[in-house]
Design a protein around this ligand. Structure first.
Ligand code: HAM
Length: 415
């Protein structure tokens, strides 16, 4: 038996219904905030991710699904593809601020565990074209509003500012000096990153490095008054809106493109992978990808992780529509009658079904019950001859005689 690849999911009907509900609700909220949907290809040129996410990040250095001699890569995230599409399609010409959202699958070759998959769903948004602090506050509040809309309130919102690339230069020197003292204790990766991209060492998941980093210099202390003022305004606006947050000066996030505001929302209802969503500003990325200097901010959240929290909460999903009517047929002619009638009813948007296995009346009734069909109708030789059949309401067992030659009789009886 061939099985599905490790770290992937089969979303079976019961879960597909949940997911559709979740996605539709998310769409409504994005629409409510005046964000428009964008869809991009499943794969992009590998260079796009290398240039934006950064060569020394875990994603680019270890987790990309690349193919065709590394020319292409399945998208591990959406920010870079959205910006690529924004530039390629001149979206900036249509409006000075572009607000986009997406719901799509991502691919990362990670070690699978609960809440961490190799193919996973993300929803997220990007607001491109403004450096105003109000956009930061809107983006953060939008991401939290989505969680709240599902009744998820037991969360911690961590927020930080990491300044511009220039501002980080003196910090990097100081961080390098600090880490050099512990050189022998650093992993091979971190020894290399000390030369290529020391900031990425801050993302370390190794206990010994986490311990070393506890006393490392703090990036915030190296930032300019302007950056700090922007951050204060973001925090004040979040307070106005009523969003609770914790400032976390260690929150740098694992992408090179971030500048200024970064944020992450964690939930205690998730295990080790406790991040529900994350995001931040990336004011230099658009220029790096060949556009005019354009500030932007965004976030993304994992759909499976959101659903994990909902499952923990025993979230009450709305029930799916049941069948309106199930035709129990006896004999060839009745089957033919049912197929034609089903087709006509379905054209009227009536959900209905029948048996396809020539089973006994008893077995067919059992099937109708399983589907919680509102009505059943038995059609056999007698009914076809007389043109009259009994329509049975399953909730009380009451039956009504219906002339079956005219479909409208049936429609008016069941609606
Ligand atoms: P990220 O933090 O890598 O950010 O991913 C965002 C969210 O996607 C995570 O918080 C988590 O819920 C989910 N996620 C990530 N990896 C996995 C995985 N292997 N399995 C299941 N869920 C996962 C980004 O992707 C940025 N592009 C966010 C952003 C948008 N920043 C600015 N704009």
């Amino acid at each position: 038996m061939i099985q599905r690849p490790r770290g992937t999911l089969d979303i079976l009907p019961e879960n597909a219904v949940k997911r559709l509900f979740v996605e539709n609700k998310i769409r409504d909220i994005f629409d409510n905030f005046n964000y428009q949907e964008i869809r991009t290809p499943s794969f992009e040129k590998t260079a796009l991710f290398k240039r934006s996410i950064g060569e020394e990040t875990d994603i680019v250095s270890k987790e990309m699904y690349s193919f065709n001699n590394d020319e292409y890569t399945l998208k591990p995230e959406m920010t870079a593809p959205v910006i690529r599409a924004y530039l390629e399609n001149n979206l900036y010409a249509q409006s000075p601020v572009t607000k986009l959202y997406y719901i799509s699958n991502m691919y990362r070759h990670e070690n699978p565990q609960a809440g961490r998959y190799r193919e996973f769903g993300q929803f997220g948004a990007e607001a491109i074209g403004s450096f105003d602090y109000t956009v930061d506050a809107e983006m953060i509040s939008l991401s939290i509003r989505i969680l709240n809309e599902f009744g998820i309130n037991d969360i911690i919102t961590k927020i930080n500012t990491i300044g511009s690339i220039d501002e980080r230069k003196s910090y990097i020197i100081s961080l390098k000096e600090y880490l050099a003292k512990y050189y022998d204790d650093l992993s091979v990766d971190s020894k290399r990153r000390l030369e290529t991209n020391p900031l990425r060492i801050l993302d370390s998941k190794l206990d010994i490095e986490i311990e070393i980093l506890k006393d490392a210099p703090i990036l915030y202390d190296f930032l300019t008054p302007e950056t700090k003022e922007h951050f204060t305004k973001v925090l004040d606006t979040l307070k106005d809106i009523g969003i609770k947050y914790e400032v976390d000066y260690k929150l740098v996030r694992g992408f090179d493109y971030y500048t200024s505001t970064t944020f992450e929302v964690v939930s205690n209802d998730l295990g080790a992978q406790n991040a529900v969503l994350g995001g931040g500003r990336y004011d230099a990325l658009i220029e790096q990808l060949g556009g005019n200097p354009t500030p932007a901010i965004g976030f993304a959240s994992g759909i499976e992780r959101l659903i994990m929290i909902l499952d923990k909460m025993n979230f009450n999903y709305p029930a799916a529509d049941n069948l309106k009517i199930y035709f129990v047929t006896i004999g060839e002619e009745a089957k033919r009658f049912a197929v034609k009638t089903l087709y006509d009813l379905r054209k009227q948007n009536i959900k209905c079904d029948t048996d396809y296995l020539n089973r006994s009346v008893k077995a067919q009734m059992r099937e109708a019950n399983k589907f919680q069909s509102e009505y059943t109708m038995v059609v056999g030789e007698n009914e076809l001859k007389s043109g009259i059949s009994k329509l049975k309401k399953m909730s009380d067992g009451n039956t009504t005689d219906i002339g079956i030659q005219n479909i409208n009789n049936l429609i008016s009886a069941i609606l």
